[in-house]
Ligand binder design. Structure first.
Ligand code: C5P
Length: 286
């Protein structure tokens, strides 16, 4: 059965709203999520050591349980009662890290789906998503993928009609954001506006790509330090000037993306941005 190779797709937040702080210190969220074809590759093999280990093409990522891919395998064993066994997990990272694109969460979700196959546990995607919740708040959505509404901490999932296939240009400006720090910040900032999530749901129902794209909105853009907000705005302006139907920051950033219905415009935006920021990607929605 082993080795097994699986893809781990990046996610975009089409909308991200923070409804309030909860008693457990987390926040209630309401967000529309979308997978794109940009992906990491995750390979799982019999382990040569005594536990689950992770190696990757990025030397600075941890190789133990601090890496969400290892945490996912260990959590799978704990939650299913399957006898733990040593595994070597290899990540070929393409999705930029600390970018709001769900790279680590998607690797973890891919491990959970693969473990379900390897161990023949036959769990449904929703059952795997529940296990994923113990690994990280974005993991349940990444197990499900495609277009979905995520609520609660991120674990209450509703599959949605697929976003009409389009081009996406993703660009990570040259700063990283700490997710816990930005969540801490959001409690004290006055939000300028809230996303029209219901409008996005209606536009998805109607298969209306421009209707979705003009409603892209992320409240975390209001919580960024000024210097970072200026860079996010710079990338958004370039995307819109090149013909994006809409542009917004994903998750807690710092990656910004634009959606395009025309390949030539998406390519032109990609060419302009890659000269400024090397972590720029041209991809398509799933
Ligand atoms: O669940 P995860 O470990 O990915 O969350 C990282 C951090 O993001 C949490 O420690 C918390 O500060 C913040 N968070 C939150 N509310 C959520 C999800 C994450 O406050 N719904």
């Amino acid at each position: 059965m082993l080795p097994v190779e699986v893809k781990a797709y990046a996610k975009l937040n089409l909308t991200l709203d923070v409804l309030g702080r909860r008693e457990d210190g987390y926040h209630d969220l309401r967000m529309v999520m979308q997978s794109v074809q940009l992906c990491d590759t995750v390979t799982i093999e019999e382990g040569a050591g005594s536990t689950v280990r992770v190696k990757s093409n990025l030397g600075f990522l941890p190789g133990d349980e601090r890496n969400l891919a290892a945490a996912a395998a260990l959590t799978f064993f704990r939650q299913t009662g399957v006898e733990p066994r040593p595994l070597d997990i290899t990540l070929k990272k393409v999705i930029p890290v600390c970018a709001g694109l769900g790279g680590g969460s998607s690797d973890a979700a891919a491990v959970l789906r693969a473990m379900n196959e390897i161990c023949g546990t036959g769990l449904s995607l929703m059952q795997l998503a529940q296990i994923g919740q113990k690994v990280g708040s974005d993991v349940p959505y990444c197990v499900l993928g495609n277009t979905a509404l995520a609520e609660g901490k991120g674990e209450v999932l509703t599959p949605l009609p697929a976003l009409p296939r389009c081009w996406a240009v993703l660009c990570k400006p040259d700063f990283s954001v700490s997710t816990p720090a930005l969540f801490g910040q959001i409690d004290s900032v006055r939000l300028r506006c809230r996303p029209d999530t219901d409008g996005v749901l209606k536009a998805l129902e109607a298969g209306d790509l421009p209707g979705v794209a003009r409603r892209l909105y992320n409240v975390f853009e209001d919580a960024l330090p000024e210097r970072c907000a200026a860079k996010v705005d710079q990338v958004k302006h370039i995307l819109i000037d090149q013909g994006a139907l809409g542009a917004v920051m994903s998750g807690t950033g710092s990656a910004v993306y634009g959606l395009f219905d025309r390949e030539e415009e998406a390519k032109a935006a990609y060419e302009e941005l890659i000269d400024l920021y090397p972590e720029t990607f041209l991809t398509q929605t799933v």
